[in-house]
Ligand binder design. Structure first.
Ligand code: 8YV
Length: 315
């Protein structure tokens, strides 16, 4: 029997590609010079899409693939996959939850520490001779014992909160409802009130149309000139223009961001600011976790083609 054709939207690590190519005929969209023509030429034979969290699969692409059966996302976030288009045609969608939770939480907490203690500038201070020439590095803000707000206490938010307890922080959270498993944290339903309460506001919400710009100008201003915003979710959860305005004016103290509206391109205003830590969307980017994510992508595809239950279905 010939191998099923799958459309790979963006590159995967070589170790995943080797495994995928053993089972499937992998059509690499990202290598095509003319992507529309590539899709047109292969459309009739494509049964699956393998994609990444931030790349997803648009309604247009799904609409151009008449025999598509399944979309397997390498990532927990599936906001970039048009679920309505999939639902309408009974196309299954899978993601890679759980395996990346701890790494994403680790990076979020690390970003808070790095930014609050000015570690990037401190590194430069040593390397460029400022330490020897000018003496002590400027004093920074403490983290331990501070007040943290977690916007979205799902799997990742919960792991962030767990880590913050180790810094003796007072933790509040916001979400659809108070959680039974968070009795030692304060529930504050309104994101503006949560931000007013917090020194450090973590955005850990699964993104959707409903959460777009949930971190609004009002939330950012409530966090205030001493506050820090940390985003390890999706850029769409934040009003990026309002964030830039607030960082430039000092209405917000600082930010630590792993995700951006137009990533991998950044609004150039970010690069002029020294009160923002910018990271290249790599919260899940460890070898161990990415291997586990790749395996889950393949396990979902294999289950689909074997007619078995999908390990981690979205729909
Ligand atoms: C990316 C992510 O998928 O889990 C998610 O939702 O966005 C990430 O893990 C990863 O960066 C690979 O592109």
């Amino acid at each position: 029997m010939s191998k099923p054709n799958i459309l790979l939207i963006g590159p995967y690590p070589e170790w995943d590609l080797v495994e995928l190519e053993a089972q499937y005929n992998v059509l690499k969209l990202y290598e095509a010079e003319d992507r529309d023509a590539f899709v047109r030429d292969h459309a009739a034979n494509i049964r699956a899409i393998a994609t990444r969290g931030e790349l997803g699969a648009s309604a247009e692409l799904i609409g151009n693939l008449p025999n598509l059966e399944v979309v397997s996302v390498y990532g927990v976030g599936y906001d970039a996959v048009n679920l309505d288009a999939c639902r309408a045609r009974g196309i299954r969608v899978t993601n890679t939850p759980d395996v990346l939770t701890n790494d994403v939480a680790d990076l979020g907490v690390a970003m808070m520490l790095v930014q609050s203690r000015g570690m990037i500038g401190a590194e430069t201070w040593v390397r460029d001779g400022s330490w020897a020439a000018k003496g002590l590095y400027p004093l920074k803000r403490k983290v331990w014992g501070g007040r943290a707000g977690v916007l979205g206490l799902g799997r990742i938010g919960f792991e962030v909160a767990k880590r913050l307890k180790g810094f003796d922080m007072d933790i509040a959270y916001s979400g659809v409802s108070a959680k039974d498993y968070a009795k030692d944290m304060t529930f504050i339903a309104d994101p503006v009130e949560l931000a007013r309460h917090a020194d450090f506001l973590f955005v850990t919400l699964a993104a959707s149309a409903a959460t777009r710009h949930i971190v609004s100008k009002n939330v950012i201003e409530a966090l205030g000139p001493e506050g820090m915003l940390i985003n390890i979710s999706r850029a769409s959860n934040i009003d990026e223009e309002a964030l830039l305005d607030a960082l430039e004016s000092g209405a917000l103290g600082s930010a630590a961001l792993d995700v951006f509206e137009a990533e991998p391109k950044l609004n150039p205003r970010f690069l002029k600011l020294d009160n923002v830590l910018v990271q290249p969307h790599h919260a899940s980017g460890t070898i161990e976790t990415r291997k586990a994510m790749g395996k889950l992508v393949r396990d979902n595809l294999a289950a689909h083609f074997a007619g078995a239950a999908l390990p981690t279905p979205v729909i």
